[in-house]
Design a protein around this ligand. Structure first.
Ligand code: NAP
Length: 294
């Protein structure tokens, strides 16, 4: 397609702010909106890097051909789209909404169906790769929705990520993303337990990380989050509250046929949240292990 000249980006948080900045970098004209505009360094940073930050959703979406959304949870995406000041009241017919938030397949299907009456199109496009991937434009993007909408959105997605896959109909991107989150959550259990074992052997934890990263046990978590655990750097990245949201979405899909590893990861992250770590990065899971042993 011709590059869309106007993009709206709603939600300029840890992920949304650098993603909007990368769209500007790629030559798109981007209007950004964030619910809270004061005391938000990431909103200010986006503004300084050429995202035209506006005070209302109306101003952001009125002339946009593509509306990108990256907010927290199911109800937040629904509010941004459907409430009195939301996207449906101001977007042009045939606009494509691309939602990068992790909200699960059921919510994505429901939103896409409701949008049909407003002649608005919907792609679920959850991402993986963390704040670093968002900053570097190297995200993995899992897309669900109509082929034509996907093709029209590809130039935008290509400015944000490196591995972009059309997984199938609406909701399929979210389904793959929930599998991704199960892998991430249970990997964190494995990482914390390897760190605890290294401690009991009196090993240098960095040596263990360095050696194991090169063999069959290597993983993104080990390479990127292992050193943060050693340094007790629990800053997010990806917050404990968000992985708990994702595990809630997974468990809702599994209903009464839950899986044991997911239950263990969920219970351990909840311990961290109860220790006050909800807004820390997922590597703060190690705090639960230390708490259990103290
Ligand atoms: P974040 O830093 O907490 O940002 C959340 C954003 O959502 C903020 O802009 C917040 O606005 C906005 N928001 C929340 N509720 C809202 C509402 N009801 N109405 C309007 N705006 C609302 O979160 P994030 O890390 O960017 O995550 C965003 C999404 O990406 C989540 O679904 C998360 O699971 C997913 N994700 C995150 C990562 C990661 O590594 N961080 C990786 C992959 C996927 P305010 O500033 O007003 O609070």
């Amino acid at each position: 397609m011709q590059q869309a000249t106007e993009i709206a980006f709603l939600g300029l948080g840890t992920m949304g702010s650098p993603m909007a900045q990368n769209l500007v970098q790629a030559g798109f004209s981007v209007k950004g909106w964030n619910r809270t505009q004061r005391d938000r360094p990431l909103v200010e940073q986006a503004d300084q890097k050429g995202v035209h930050v506006v005070p209302t959703i109306q101003e952001a979406v009125a002339e946009a051909q593509i509306v990108c959304i990256c907010v927290s949870d199911v109800q937040d995406v629904k509010q941004v789209i459907f409430n009195d000041h939301g996207v449906i009241n101001h977007a042009q017919p045939e606009t494509i909404l691309i939602d990068f938030s992790t909200i699960g397949p059921q919510a994505a299907e429901e939103i896409a169906e409701n949008l049909q009456q407003f002649k608005l199109h919907f792609l679920d496009a959850p991402v993986s790769g963390g704040d670093i991937g968002a900053q570097n434009g190297t995200l993995t993007i899992m897309v669900g929705g109509e082929q034509a909408d996907y093709e029209q959105s590809l130039p935008i997605l290509a400015a944000l990520g490196q591995n972009i896959t059309h997984c199938g109909g609406v909701g399929s991107g979210q389904a793959v993303k929930l599998c991704n989150q199960v892998l991430c959550a249970i990997h964190m259990v494995a990482l914390c337990e390897a760190m605890e074992l290294a401690k009991r052997f009196n090993l240098d934890p960095n040596l263990m990380i360095q050696v194991c990263s090169t063999g069959a046990a290597g993983s993104w978590a080990l390479s990127n989050l292992g050193a943060k655990i050693v340094a007790e750097d629990f800053a997010p990245g990806f917050m404990v509250n968000h992985i708990l949201k994702d595990l809630r979405l997974v468990q809702a899909c599994l209903a009464d046929r839950g899986l044991p590893g997911i239950a263990l990861a969920d219970q351990t992250f909840k311990l961290v949240r109860d220790l006050g770590g909800g807004k820390q990065g997922t590597q703060a899971m190690i705090r639960a292990y230390r708490d259990i042993q103290s």
